[in-house]
Write a protein of this length. Structure first.
Length: 295
């Protein structure tokens, strides 16, 4: 028997597919039951978050296992197999272990280093244990993944990855006062919605800016990032926190005139914020600060 994982995530599938494929608790339980009933699988666990759906199983045949797990994911997600297949990834044996450890460390998260995934992995294991779908292989695997993830977060500072440049820029804008004090009431514009932009947006939210506006060529990715920011940093009962909203790329010029800080981090080969755009923003509203982060 060997470990196999078949899944899709924000890295492989568009938001529209992830949202349609989402599994509630009852659907996850039924998927586990049907996976155990399938011939190739002896153990099973489902890791389902807003950004990923992964089915882990102990199988005795690779090709039959991939076919069966893919079919089960399609059946229970409601997304047809032909449509779902191009977005699926497969990891087997050592690569499957490596993948789960990377996920546990936050390396595969939309915001690299985020710690929420540890709780989600813990819930995945607890659900599999409750339904008796996790045997020795998956129990040992997920418990070790939790240990690896906890060590990565406590010993490496991975949750602060990518913050240095953004933090340095904010310190310059703060002119000697604490960044958190300067950030109060400020508006931030983040151009891009990839991993580095997500890190920048999270850093801004942690600093305490009042609003983060996300602009991206693919609106769905921007909406996913804004939802993640709202979930983790949104206003609480006392009203404190960071609001997040999405605008199309053609609205960037207007948003620049209202932003106190702008960070651009995209895959574009040239400048996204040119000198003319910054001059126009400065003329439209003062003060405006911009920081261009090359991809």
């Amino acid at each position: 028997m060997s470990l196999l994982v078949v899944g899709l995530s924000h890295r492989s599938a568009p938001v529209s597919v992830l949202e349609r494929a989402a599994l509630n608790a009852d659907a996850q339980a039924k998927l586990l039951q049907d996976t155990l009933a399938a011939e190739p699988a002896a153990e099973a666990a489902v890791l389902a978050t807003c950004n990923r759906i992964e089915l882990y199983a102990d199988v005795d045949k690779f090709h039959a296992g991939v076919a069966e797990l893919s079919t089960l994911l399609a059946q229970h997600s409601g997304v047809g197999l032909d449509e779902l297949t191009p977005y699926l990834y497969v990891h087997y044996e050592d690569r499957a272990v490596h993948h789960l450890f990377s996920v546990a460390c936050g390396l595969d998260s939309m915001v690299v280093g985020e710690g929420q995934i540890l709780g989600q992995i813990k819930d995945t294991l607890a659900r599999a244990q409750d339904l008796h779908s996790a045997g020795k292989l998956l129990n040992d695997l997920f418990q070790q993944a939790l240990r690896v993830g906890k060590r990565a977060h406590s010993e490496t500072g991975i949750d602060r990855a990518g913050q240095s440049l953004v933090t340095f820029g904010l310190e310059q804008l703060a002119l000697g006062q604490p960044v958190e004090a300067w950030a109060q009431g400020k508006r931030a514009l983040v151009i891009g919605a990839g991993s580095m932009s997500s890190l920048a947006a999270a850093t801004l939210a942690r600093a305490g800016v009042a609003e983060v506006v996300v602009a991206n060529r693919t609106v769905e990715r921007a909406e996913r990032l804004a939802a993640l920011l709202s979930e983790n940093f949104g206003p609480g009962p006392a009203g404190a926190g960071t609001t997040a909203r999405v605008v199309p790329m053609d609205a960037v010029a207007g948003e620049l005139t209202r932003a106190d800080v702008a960070i651009s981090c995209t895959g574009a080969t040239g400048l996204v914020l040119g000198a003319d755009a910054v001059r126009a923003a400065v003329a439209g509203r003062t003060p405006t600060a911009g920081a261009e982060v090359p991809a």
